[in-house]
Design a protein around this ligand. Structure first.
Ligand code: CS2
Length: 501
């Protein structure tokens, strides 16, 4: 039988059409049936495999006031707009592991606004009384956060544009949030909660600081209202979500009988730990398995574990892995020396720096990560891991190096990863094959990497990424220079055994 196009009308047939059963929304859809309590900026694979899945689970339990209105701010979001609109905003989440493939059709995204079509509509939606939460997956660069000064990059042309009161068509997330909050204030509404779902340590606190700094430059009084009345919960978000490939669509059609123009592939594991700080109510996220905690400290510890162990290891797999000619995460994990390297980096260098979390066994956590990285069925692409590295290495690797130096712990393996990244920036693998370095700071990074050769000083001089902490440390400079020289001379795979016991 030909696959069925994903839309509301076909839902009941879809649940039984393929060879395997598909879970579909059992709740009513459409505007009369639900309220859109969440406006989410940045509808990519991760959002669709994470927050939207949690909300779908709540809707399956009859909680209908927090459906999602997706928002796309950039021209790249036009495809998502078209796909979602063509299938009643439904899409399929395919979970894959050794246990097999499972397909769930998710219906929690109820509408989608594409800001370049109508920016005012986005502001009005956020200012609407039904909206209680504005959530964000805008990547590190979307926060305009200077890692060195910890301040807003207020000189950035996009921020400058949005700061000009004459411009009523915002470009940045902060421009939209400000305009909507200003309207809510005028209307006597509470501020919505701004809920960051990005992979950053203290994501909520950073969001608050950036938005309030932005607001102060526009209207200090409103800034004060935002700062005192709005909440910005910190959160740790986790689910490995590769980019969808054409083969994923074909297998969905063949095995589940669904024609979906943009399904999401992910692992079974998912985790979300969030602070219980909301300014205008929240859904009972706990009912979907979210860990809602009252202690800020707890979230920070979870974030730190995740960013340093999971994302740090991903960096260790991604940059050297791509230089060595691998394509997928699980392929790297199948290489016995490389596998040992990842394990030893976690165990010997990162783990000793991490706080204990009651109830969390860190060795078990590391073992689970090794299994998750080794999952061959999700085909997680190294270029995905390598994307936007200027927002990743300074968060996932450099802080562990800096802390290891302070406590005089080992950090050689972490230096190898940083050195491999410096070389990766040149855009050629060990066989001279060119690849694209996809990063908002690419031009600057590449110019520095080329000028620096096998010495790190040029790259480390980018202050808003690295600050001053490491540049003056002789041990660090020596370690990293040695690794850069070895990699340049012998390549990744010949150098790697020097870093494995
Ligand atoms: C990856 C993350 O892009 C990356 O650097 O490490 O996208 C990772 O897959 C997620 O954080 C998992 O939760």
């Amino acid at each position: 039988m030909a696959p069925l196009k994903l839309n509301n009308q076909n839902l009941s047939q879809i649940s039984t059409a393929g060879q395997s059963q598909v879970k579909v929304p059992a709740y009513p859809r459409g505007n009369g049936a639900v309220k859109e309590g969440i406006v989410h900026i940045g509808v990519g694979g991760f959002h669709r495999a994470h927050l939207a899945v949690y909300v779908d689970q709540l809707m399956q339990q009859g909680i209908m006031d927090y459906a999602i209105c997706g928002v796309g701010l950039t021209p790249f979001d036009a495809t998502m707009r078209d796909v979602l609109r063509s299938q009643d905003h439904l899409y399929t989440v395919i979970e894959r592991s050794a246990k097999g493939s499972f397909a769930n059709v998710v219906g929690s995204i109820n509408s989608f606004l594409f800001a370049p079509d109508d920016r005012e509509a986005v502001i009005a939606k956020m200012a609407h009384p039904d909206t209680h939460i504005v959530s964000l997956t805008i990547t590190e660069s979307g926060y305009y956060y200077n890692e060195n000064t910890h301040e807003l990059q207020s000189e950035h042309p996009d921020i400058q544009f949005d700061l000009d009161p004459a411009n009523k068509q915002p470009r940045t997330t902060f421009g939209f949030l400000y305009a909507a909050l200003e309207r809510r204030h005028q209307q006597g509404l509470r501020p919505f909660t701004v809920m960051s779902c990005d992979n950053m340590q203290k994501n909520g606190a950073i969001t608050r600081h950036m938005l309030v700094s932005f607001a102060r430059l526009r209207n200090p009084e409103l800034a004060e209202w935002i700062n005192t009345k709005a909440h910005f919960p910190n959160a740790m978000v986790d689910r490995i979500t590769p980019q969808t490939s054409p083969a994923d669509k074909t297998s969905l059609a063949e095995n589940f009988g669904i024609e979906d123009a943009w399904p999401v592939v992910t692992e079974p594991f998912m985790q979300w730990v969030i602070e219980d700080h909301f300014s205008d109510g929240r859904p009972p996220f706990e009912k979907a398995g979210v860990q809602v905690v009252t202690n800020v400290h707890d979230v920070e510890q979870f974030e730190k574990h995740k960013l340093r162990l999971l994302n740090g290891s991903h960096s260790a797999i991604g940059y050297p892995g791509q230089m060595a000619g691998f394509s997928y995460v699980h392929e790297v994990m199948e290489h016995p020396v490389y596998r040992k390297f990842v394990w030893q980096m976690m165990q010997e260098e990162v783990k000793p720096l991490l706080p204990d979390i009651p109830g969390v066994n860190i060795d078990e956590y590391c073992k689970t990560l090794m299994d998750r990285f080794s999952n061959p069925t999700i085909m997680d692409q190294l270029p995905r891991i390598a994307l936007n590295s200027s927002g990743k290495i300074p968060q996932f690797i450099m802080p562990s190096i800096a802390e290891a130096i302070w406590v005089t712990g080992p950090f050689r393996r972490l230096c190898f990863v940083a050195a491999a990244w410096f070389r990766y920036l040149n855009g050629f693998d060990d066989n001279g094959k060119p690849f694209n370095v996809d990063d908002p700071m690419r031009d600057e990074l590449q110019a520095k990497a080329r000028a620096g050769g096998t010495h790190p000083a040029e790259i480390l001089s980018i202050r808003n990424l690295f600050g001053d902490d490491l540049r003056g440390d002789k041990r660090f400079i020596q370690e990293i220079t040695t690794a850069m020289e070895d990699i340049a001379r012998d390549g990744i795979l010949k150098t790697l055994p020097k870093y494995v016991d």
